[in-house]
Write a protein that binds this ligand. Structure first.
Ligand code: CA
Length: 496
C-alpha cells in the first residue's frame, strides 16, 4: 500500500501489568489518526516465566493467556480474550496486525530426558569436543496445564537439535543432541560460531517432519483464533530457510488462511548487505527483512555528529539495494539501551532518522513504541551496574507521521551533495492535493540548499511543517528556492 506505516507496538521494558492488549484497544483510534496501517505485536503466547516473560522464550505456542501455566494464566500483555478484542478493534480502524513468530527454540520443559549428546566448542559449534555420552536434557514438553486442548503433540528430544544444560552434571555448555536426524547442526544461513543453528534454550529440529507438521497445524489454529494479517519471524539466522519455504508455502495455499500474509524476517546483520540479499534469494523472496544496516547507520550518525558523512547515510543499505524488501527502523526492542543488540540512536538525531524513513519513497517504515509514547525503565547494564533509562517521545514525531500521510508522495530527487547537509524533493502526486515536500537534514551548522523547483513554482511560498524554521521560503522567478535547516536538525518544507 502507498505510504504504509508500521508500529512496533511494544518494547522490552513495557510494564508487567497485563495491560498491553487493553491499551492497544484504547490506542487504536489514535494510531489510525496518525496514519498507521499496521502494528507488530510482541509474542502473544506463554513463555518460560509466565506473565514475567517478554515472550521470546516460547514455552507453549497454544497458550495465548488462557491456561494456568508457568505461574499465571495471563501473559505479560493480557489474557486471550483481551488479545482477540484488541486485534478486532485495531482491524476495524484499518490497522493490520502482525504476529511475532518465535520458533527457533522452546524453553521451560516439563520434564528432563536422558539423551545421547556430544559437547561442542561454544565458539565453533562444528567442533565436537567430547565422545557421545548421556546427558539429562530439558526437552520434554507436554503442557500439563493445557492438558491436550487444541493439540496433543508432545515435544521430546526427537524435536530438538541441541540444549545448553546437562542437569545430570549441573553443567552448562552447548550440547548437540544425537537423534535420528543426524549428528550435525541444521544448515542455517549464518556461519557465525561456525554454525549458528543453536541460539538458546532447546533448539527446534526442523528435519523432523512431525515438528514441521505440528507448526503447520499450529499456524492454522493460530490464524483461525486471531485472524491476523502478517508475521514477523524471529531469529531467522538460526533456522534453516528450508523450513520457512515449506511453511510459508503451506500458509499461502491453506484455504483456512484466507488472506495474503505480509511476512518480515529478523535477520540481524548490521554490515553486509550481501547476507541479506542471500537470504531473500534462499527464501525465494517470500519475506521482507528489517534494514538492520540502516538502523546501525543511524546509530553511528547519532554518535558521530558532524564527523559522520550524511551523503553516505544510505550507502549499501537494504533499502537502497532492495527497496521493495526493506522494513526500515530507527530502533527496536533489541537495540534499545541495556538490551542485547544495544545500538541506540541519540535523541537529537531521532527526528532526522525518522524523516529519513518516513518521508522517502523507499522502504516500509516501522516506528518503535517508545518513540511515540516514551519509556522509562531501570535495568542492569553489561557491567553489572544499574542504570535508569529515559526514552522521551521523539520530538515532532506526530508531525513527521502526518507529513508522511499528507506530503510524502510522488517522484523523488536526492540532493546528497554535502557531508553535513542532505536533502530530497518529493514532487507530490495528483491523488493527494497539495502534496510534495522538500526535506533537509543537517548534522553540522545551520545549512541551506538552493533547489530548482521548476519555473511553474515561481512565486510560491513554502513553510517548514515541523516549525523548526519559522521563515518563509519564496521560490524566485527562475524557479529556485533557498531552503533552510538548523544545526543538527530537520526541516520539512511544504507549500504554504
Ligand atoms: Ca536453530
Amino acid at each position: 500500500m502507498l505510504n504504509g506505516t508500521l508500529i512496533q507496538y511494544f518494547h522490552w521494558y513495557y510494564p508487567t501489568d497485563h495491560s498491553l492488549w487493553k491499551k492497544l484497544k484504547q490506542d487504536a483510534p489514535y494510531l489510525e489518526s496518525l496514519g498507521f496501517h499496521s502494528a507488530w505485536l510482541p509474542p502473544v503466547y506463554k513463555g518460560i516465566h509466565g506473565d514475567l516473560s517478554i515472550g521470546y522464550d516460547t514455552y507453549d505456542l497454544f497458550d495465548l493467556g488462557e491456561f494456568d501455566q508457568k505461574g499465571s494464566i495471563s501473559t505479560k500483555y493480557g489474557i486471550k480474550q483481551e488479545l482477540i478484542d484488541a486485534i478486532k478493534t485495531a482491524q476495524e480502524r484499518g490497522i493490520a496486525i502482525y504476529m511475532d513468530v518465535v520458533v527457533n527454540h522452546k524453553g521451560g520443559a516439563d520434564e528432563k530426558e536422558k539423551v545421547k549428546a556430544v559437547k561442542v566448542d561454544p565458539q565453533n559449534r562444528n567442533e565436537i569436543i567430547s565422545a557421545p555420552y548421556e546427558i539429562e536434557a530439558y526437552t520434554k514438553f507436554f503442557f500439563p496445564g493445557r492438558n491436550g486442548k487444541y493439540s496433543t503433540y508432545v515435544w521430546d528430544f526427537h524435536s530438538f537439535t541441541g540444549v545448553d544444560y546437562d542437569a545430570s552434571k549441573n553443567e552448562s555448555g552447548v550440547y548437540k543432541l544425537l537423534n535420528e536426524y543426524g549428528n550435525d547442526w541444521e544448515n542455517v544461513p549464518s556461519e557465525e560460531m561456525g554454525n549458528f543453528d543453536y541460539l538458546m534454550h532447546a533448539d527446534i529440529e526442523f528435519r523432523n517432519p512431525n515438528v514441521t507438521g505440528e507448526l503447520k497445524y499450529w499456524i492454522k489454529w493460530f490464524y483461525e483464533t486471531l485472524h491476523f494479517d502478517g508475521l514477523r519471524l524471529d531469529a531467522i539466522k538460526h533456522i534453516t530457510p528450508d523450513f520457512f519455504n515449506e511453511w510459508l508455502e503451506y500458509i499461502e495455499h491453506e484455504p483456512a488462511i484466507d488472506k495474503p500474509m505480509f511476512v518480515v524476517g529478523e535477520y540481524w546483520e548490521t554490515n553486509n548487505v550481501q547476507l541479506l540479499l542471500d537470504y531473500l534469494a534462499a527464501t525465494n523472496e517470500r519475506v521482507a527483512l528489517f534494514d538492520a544496516i540502516l538502523q546501525h547507520r543511524f546509530h553511528a550518525a547519532s554518535k558521530g555528529g558532524k564527523d559522520f558523512d550524511l551523503a553516505k547515510l544510505f550507502e549499501d543499505t537494504l533499502v537502497s539495494t532492495r527497496p521493495d524488501k526493506a522494513v526500515t527502523l530507527v530502533a527496536n526492542h533489541d537495540t534499545q539501551p541495556l538490551q542485547s543488540l544495544e545500538a541506540p540512536v541519540e535523541p537529537w538525531f531521532k527526528p532526522l532518522a525518522y524523516a529519513a524513513i518516513l518521508l522517502r519513497k523507499d522502504g516500509y517504515p516501522c516506528v518503535f513504541y517508545p518513540d511515540l509514547f516514551g519509556a522509562d525503565y531501570t535495568d542492569k547494564g553489561g557491567d553489572g551496574n544499574e542504570y535508569h533509562i529515559s526514552m522521551p517521545k521523539v520530538d515532532k514525531i506526530e508531525l513527521l507521521l502526518q507529513a508522511r500521510q499528507r506530503f510524502a508522495y510522488g517522484d523523488q530527487t536526492d540532493i546528497f551533495d554535502h557531508a553535513n547537509c542532505i536533502g530530497w524533493v518529493r514532487y507530490g502526486d495528483a491523488a493527494h492535493e497539495n502534496s510534495g515536500c522538500v526535506v533537509l537534514i543537517c548534522n553540522g551548522d545551520d545549512g541551506y540548499k538552493d533547489i530548482d523547483m521548476g519555473k511553474d513554482k515561481a512565486g510560491t511560498v513554502n513553510i517548514d511543517f515541523l516549525g523548526n524554521r519559522t521563515e518563509e521560503v519564496k521560490i524566485n522567478d527562475d524557479g529556485v528556492g533557498r531552503f533552510l535547516v538548523r544545526a543538527g536538525s530537520v526541516s520539512v518544507w511544504v507549500r504554504k
